[in-house]
Write a protein that binds this ligand. Sequence first.
Ligand code: UD1
Length: 427
Amino acid sequence: MVKSLRIRGKEPLDGNVMISGSKNAAIPCIAAGILTDEPIILHNVPAIEDIHTLCEILAAMSVKVSYDDERTTLRMQCINPSSDIPPLLSTKMRGATLLMGTLLARCGEVIFESYGGCPIGERPIDYHLDAFRKLGAKIDTKGNQIRVSAKKLKGTLIELPFPSVGATENSILAACCAKGMTTIVNMAVEPEVMNLIEMLGKMGMQYTFDVAKSRIDIEGKTNLQGIRHSIIPDRLEAGTYSVAAAITKSSITIHPVVEAHISQVIQALRDARGTIELESGMTMRADFSDICLSPFKIETGPFPAFPTDLQPQFTSLSTQAEGRTSIIETVFENRFGHVPELQKMGAKIQISQRELTIDGPVSLKGAHVTATDIRGGMALILAALCAEGSTTVNGFEIIERGYDSLESKLSNLGANIEVIEDEEQHK
Ligand code: UD1
């Protein structure tokens, strides 16, 4: 359904916000559930559209999936999965690519037609396919269709050219059922990858992990077992709400937050002159009341560097800082879709290759703007929270793919927002 969000800006925020489970951790963990025929129970799953789509894909592949009433506990059991990923559903989300590694490991083949996701760059899957090849798989392509097959996957050395999150996860998922030892070097060490490794360890995967060398050694095993596992809190959602506090010069409490997952983000918030306090029990207080925001410098990169998925939100924030902010995007080559929309609202932003230079503060004005991707769309909502007058953000359904209960969480903090569905939005 096509939706817009109408926001009347300049309302101060106040109160507490509960952070949901991480989308980017839940997706690979659900994919991992296919590796066993025993029941898997996942707690703290976010109730968002991408997870719903993934569950539809699994159901179409004969995997039993059910939710509790609040859609935060997911039960799944995979007795005899089909190796065909339904293309109409997989075009809706990039994360469906993670079914390749698990289905290859479980069924010996996977047929995959297309994959979707946010338009933030080329996003090829060559590292994933190269890793499967190294594990002994054959890749056949016909038009858009990719068939990856292997009678038996064999342990190997996989050296990733870049610590790609998805390629690391797919390599691990395939390798944990391969015969013999697989070593993955230059792997991604994002908290979401660690959450997957922790789950696979409980399922019986044998491994040793060296964080300093970004390397994992996995001894393949075929009989993985059913387990219960909790998805980590969403560090990107926590970072986004802290920007909501900063951009409205408010003070809010965010819970639960794992400090080690967002240390670069906390640093950037402190550079902007916010008071960020972490209490025991994973509660973060972000206080920006009555301050003049300072400009800051950010360079995105693989964890533990500043996350690319918070770059758009901090771009919005920088429009309110007193001076010139520099933001360098090193992960994706085309992650500036939010910039022309912010410029419509009055932002002074220059793009030079992968660097943004933002001059502030500017008084943003309400406008009609359009989300092209989850995080870029969220950046527009954040800008609207501090803009004069009313802003309509089209494509709210894209943003909701990644943010659980966004409308109610923002309303509870005091934002003046209203969701407009279908034909009403163009009135
Ligand atoms: C995941 C996250 C996404 C986040 C990104 C980077 C999920 C579902 N999505 O995406 O929110 O923005 O990590 O933290 O977890 N690349 C290649 N070839 C490949 C794979 C990647 O060239 O085969 C390039 C990409 O084009 C990109 C870079 O590597 O420039 C990083 O991409 P990657 O880490 O793989 O991102 P995703 O796993 O797609």
